[in-house]
Design a protein around this ligand. Structure first.
Ligand code: PEP
Length: 244
């Protein structure tokens, strides 16, 4: 059986005082459980704070993006090695907000996943379709293209990543894919990954996951956990999702 992985994506939210309260709530409320991992991906300036508050706890932490470059003249970028220096375990790459607002391509996302792996981080690579693409019947082909870009670029290392299926129409909208809708896409992702030798990696669902719907989603055979945005900013709600 695959491990359950629940990852909070704080996006561009937080502040030192509020973070301390949230991180302490998580550190106190989450206990090491075999087969279950809880993690938060924080804005880069708060990695040091996450490390201070979470080290020694059962909660892992990570970043929301990394540069595809190792180092150099890339003003404003943060390298995977820098993130790793703060004890981070994960880095989200290719979140739809970065693909849409920063023009990140499939090739760039794959390069970022490779950079994360090279620094010892586990990339959480996001894929998913827009509402227009879903209504056109293109969900499977869009997601297949995004998955293939990762597996083609990473080869055998594709077996070391995490994939998050996040239908863009469900992110931050309160509109969740039904467990059956999500499972249908997760099943096709799993089959595609299997052909690339990466069939056993965790596939997370993201898109308006909350305490009220987490258990039904996570009960699906190919949903191994969640990437949680808004609901991860509330410690009690996020812990409830972690235990779902
Ligand atoms: C996300 O940011 O990856 C996300 C899924 O957001 P939300 O849970 O708020 O929809």
């Amino acid at each position: 059986m695959r491990d359950r992985l629940i990852v909070g994506n704080w996006k561009m939210n937080g502040g030192l005082a509020a973070n301390t309260r949230l991180l302490r709530r998580l550190a106190a409320g989450w206990h090491a459980a075999s087969g279950r991992v809880l993690a938060v991906c924080v804005p880069a300036p708060y990695l040091a704070q996450a490390q201070t508050e979470l080290q020694g706890s059962a909660v892992a932490w990570g970043a929301q993006d990394v540069s595809e470059h190792r180092q150099g003249a890339y003003t404003g970028d943060v390298s995977a090695a820098m993130v790793a220096e703060f004890g981070a375990r994960f880095a989200i790459v290719g979140h739809s907000e970065r693909r849409q607002l920063h023009g990140e391509t499939d090739a760039l996302v794959a390069a970022k996943a490779r950079a994360a792996l090279a620094a010892g981080l586990t990339p959480i690579a996001c894929v998913g379709e827009t509402l227009v693409e879903r209504e056109r019947g293109d969900t499977e082909s869009v997601v297949a293209r995004e998955i293939d870009a990762l597996t083609d670029a990473l080869g055998d290392d594709a077996a070391r990543i995490v994939v998050a299926y996040e239908p863009i129409w469900a992110i931050g909208t309160g509109r969740t894919a039904t467990p059956e809708q999500a499972q249908a896409v997760h099943g096709s992702i799993r089959a595609r990954l299997q052909r690339a030798g990466a069939g056993e990696i965790p596939i997370l669902y993201g898109g308006s996951v909350k305490a009220a719907n987490a258990a039904a989603l996570f009960a699906m055979p190919d949903i191994d956990g969640g990437l949680v945005g808004g609901a991860s900013l509330d410690g009690d709600e996020f812990l409830t999702i972690g235990h779902a």
